[in-house]
Design a protein around this ligand. Structure first.
Ligand SMILES: CC(C)(COP(=O)(O)OP(=O)(O)OC[C@H]1O[C@@H](n2cnc3c(N)ncnc32)[C@H](O)[C@@H]1OP(=O)(O)O)[C@@H](O)C(=O)NCCC(=O)NCCS
Length: 101
């Protein structure tokens, strides 16, 4: 879990990733809940941002479970294949206003 700083001190960027061995057992949901509480209570953030591929069903479910709202979608590409063509996917950004949490 990561609650990275952004240009705005009231806004944190939530990153979440579990080792494959621990996925699909409810731990991601629990860990993200803990991170949201930490962002609100300890870091006093007002807003959390997050992003994931639209096809990443567990990640999208976790974000929606906690009330994250989609704010943007785009075709993204972080890597290139063996022919040097971009490997693209549809991704979305989400926001959670912590006053609502
Ligand atoms: C995304 C991630 C943190 C979710 O954590 P998790 O522990 O695997 O997910 P949970 O077990 O808490 O399940 C969350 C929801 O997704 C569903 N789910 C979990 N794995 C699933 C799968 N393989 N297919 C479909 N649904 C799945 C669960 O049923 C649950 O749904 P519910 O809320 O309706 O009950 C974890 O899978 C992960 O680290 N993935 C790799 C990194 C990643 O994708 N990070 C996200 C942003 S880049």
């Amino acid at each position: 879990m990561a609650l990275n700083k952004t240009e705005n001190e009231n806004v944190r960027n939530l990153g979440f990733c579990l080792h494959t061995k621990y996925q699909g057992k409810g731990l991601g949901t629990k860990a993200v809940e803990k991170a949201i509480h930490m962002a609100k209570e300890e870091l006093e953030a007002k807003k959390l941002l997050a992003g994931t591929a639209d096809s990443n069903i567990p990640a999208v479910k976790v974000l929606k479970h906690f009330g994250f709202v989609k704010i943007d979608s785009a075709i993204c590409a972080f890597c290139r294949d063996a022919d040097d063509k971009p490997i693209s996917f549809s991704g979305s950004s989400y926001v959670l206003h912590l006053r609502d949490f």
